[in-house]
Structures are given as C-alpha cells and as structure tokens.
Design a protein around this ligand. Structure first.
Ligand SMILES: CC(C)(COP(=O)(O)OP(=O)(O)OC[C@H]1O[C@@H](n2cnc3c(N)ncnc32)[C@H](O)[C@@H]1OP(=O)(O)O)[C@@H](O)C(=O)NCCC(=O)NCCS
Length: 325
C-alpha cells in the first residue's frame, strides 16, 4: 500500500474507533482496516482527507464446513470506515464504487453468492443508503455485558418451572442436542440467515459430538419428565476468537444455539435455560457474550431483549452479490 494511502488508513482507523465508542461503548475501540482484494475504495472528503474508506474481501466458503450453512458460499464483504457522524453521502459514494467493482466480476453473478456489510447497529445515518443500494438487513449480532440481569419481571426462577431440570449435556445426549441444533437451523432457514445444505446435518452431528466430548461442555439441556425440551449451547472464549473482535476487548463467549421445542415455547423454558447459562458464564469470568439472530425471526428479538441483549452489529446483504444496485 503506498504511504499516502497508509497514512489515510491510519488516520481513518483512529477517528472511526473514537466515533464508534461514542455510538456504542461495546463496539471495538480500534477499527483497523484489513487488506482487501485491491487498494481501498475512497470517498472524497474535505481538506484532502478521505471521508471514508472501503475494503472489499472475497471468500469462498467450502461445502464441507458448517460455515456454509450460515450464509452464501461466495461472500463479497465490504469493510467500511466512515469518519463523519453523518455517513450517508460517503457511504452512498462507496457503495456506488463497490457496485462497479462487483459488476466487473463474473463470479459475483453466481446464484450462491452475497454482497455483505456488517454495520454498527446504532449508526442509523447509513441505513437509507444501504436500502437504496438494494441491501437488506438480515442478521443481528447482539451483545450482553456480564452481570447484566435479564428483565426478570415475569420470570421469577421457579414459577411454572418446578418440574423443569436443567443439566449439562454430555456425550449420551448427542441425538437430542443434534436435533435441537438442527431445529434452530431449520427455523432460521425461513428467514434466509441459514441455508440448509446437503452436508448440514452430518456436519452438525460431528461438531456436536466434538463439543459434547469436551469438559465442561458449555451446553445445557432443559428436561421435563425425563424428556429434553430445550437447549442452550455456548462456545467458550477459546473457541470464540472468530467473533470476539466485534466487541470490546476482554473475555468473550459466543452463544451459538438456543432452542425450545415448539409445544413448550412461551412458558419460561428459554428464560430458565438462559438464566442458568448466564450464571455459569458470569462465574467462569466471561465478560461479554455475543450471539446472532435473524432480523425477522419474530421469536428471537423480543426474547433476547428480555434476556439482556441488544443489537451491536447489523448484517446487511444482497444475493446474489452482483445484484447490488
Ligand atoms: C426463542 C426461544 C428459544 C424462546 O424460548 P421460550 O421458552 O419460548 O421463551 P420464554 O417463554 O422463556 O420467554 C421469555 C421471554 O421472551 C419473550 N418472548 C418469548 N416468546 C415470545 C413471543 N412469541 N413473542 C414475544 N415475546 C416473546 C417474552 O418477553 C418472554 O417473557 P414474558 O413471558 O415475560 O413476556 C423459542 O421461541 C424458540 O426455540 N424459537 C425457535 C428457535 C429460535 O428462534 N431460536 C433463537 C435463534 S437466535
């Protein structure tokens, strides 16, 4: 990268880190721009300083990974750093350049591709530009700082849950845990945030087997009359590095699965499981918990809000990638 560009990148990184802290202290304080497929896209600003930079990254997610269940196989991501509080003009400019870039790539027209942007949820100034370029908000990364009690108004621990047992899952629970993991994937597939692949079920089973073999397992089942009715499954901090950079530094865990059997929903099973998991996470020194939910899943947003989570990043997408306007 030529020094003039590197200088501009350092400057934008510093300014954007500060701006994000003002928007939401749970965002990372440093906003380093990674390398992309080419030199950064630049939105012109005043005084010779760019108003914003965008880096495009291309990724092909292989079919034999579970990651391909959580999005398109071909992913074109624009990583944005915008310095002004009103991002709309610079964002519009960068999205226009990104459109031209993707339009020149035949592979961006393939069906199983997406153009993707992770956008700070509280940076509402950019939303109209994202919509005007044909993007849709598909997913949310939500965050919970440790020790934050869930809204417990109507969820006092024992009420209605006296016959509910919550226990750590183990290797003998492979069938039930796999079923619940698949339950979330099938439910989220209705909203486009998950895509059921031919290999999904076998991959889920293999990953579940490995997770349940670890001690502690960081997965808990709710049982009623000896039958599993719900699951919460957390990735411990050492397995959450892939997502930990999306929030403040510290010990971060990722809540990967939350599922309650359809007939048991709305009766407090989910809240009881999450309360149990939070107690363990807090005791194990986890400072921040992250999770994903589908933006239009009608069950998850209100549930996670009640459990003490709030939107941190919104995932915007258009599929296929070349249909960006
Ligand atoms: C999301 C899910 C795990 C919630 O489990 P649950 O046992 O139904 O939740 P609870 O009964 O403990 O509800 C706890 C709180 O969440 C909220 N909530 C739960 N279901 C809700 C619904 N259908 N509409 C609005 N709020 C709801 C309520 O605020 C409720 O508190 P309240 O009863 O005091 O109003 C369950 O609906 C589910 O398995 N959904 C399908 C899979 C899924 O969406 N998983 C999450 C993916 S991120």
């Amino acid at each position: 990268m030529p020094w003039v560009v590197r200088d501009a990148v350092d400057d934008v990184n510093r300014v954007v880190g500060r701006r994000w802290q003002g928007l939401d202290p749970m965002l990372p304080g440093r906003a380093d721009l990674p390398d992309g497929c080419a030199a950064p896209l630049v939105a012109a600003g005043t005084n010779g300083r760019p108003a914003g930079l965008g880096v495009c990254r291309h990724e092909y997610v292989p079919a034999d990974t579970l990651n391909q269940t959580w999005g398109a196989a071909g992913r074109f991501s624009l990583i944005l750093r915008l310095r002004e509080p009103d991002t709309s003009a610079a964002l519009d400019h960068l999205l226009g350049q990104w459109h031209d870039h993707l339009a020149r790539l035949p592979e961006a027209g393939a069906q199983d591709t997406a153009a993707m942007i992770s956008w700070p949820s509280r940076d509402v100034s950019g939303v109209n530009a994202l919509l005007q370029h044909g993007m849709q908000s598909l997913t949310v990364v939500a965050v919970r700082p440790a020790g934050q009690a869930a809204d417990s108004g109507q969820h006092d621990a024992g009420s209605g849950q006296r016959d509910l047992i919550i226990r750590e899952a183990g290797p003998a629970d492979l069938g039930a845990v796999t079923e619940f993991e698949m339950g979330v994937i099938r439910y989220d597939a209705q909203f486009g945030s998950a895509i059921l692949r031919p290999a999904t079920e076998a991959l889920v089973r293999a990953e579940t087997q490995a997770a349940l073999a670890r001690r502690p397992a960081w997965a808990w089942l709710a049982e009623r009359d000896g039958q599993p009715v719900g699951l919460v499954h957390v990735q411990p901090p050492e397995l959450s590095a892939w997502v930990a950079g999306m929030t403040r530094p510290g010990v971060t865990a990722y809540l990967q699965t939350m599922f309650v059997r359809p007939g048991e929903r709305g009766g407090g099973v989910g809240a009881a499981l999450v309360r149990h998991a939070h107690g363990v996470l807090d005791a194990r020194g986890v400072q921040t918990t992250l999770l994903h939910y589908a933006q239009v899943n009608p069950l998850s947003a209100p549930f996670w809000s009640r459990m003490g989570y709030r939107p941190l990043w919104t995932g915007w997408e258009v599929r296929p990638a070349a249909s960006l306007r």
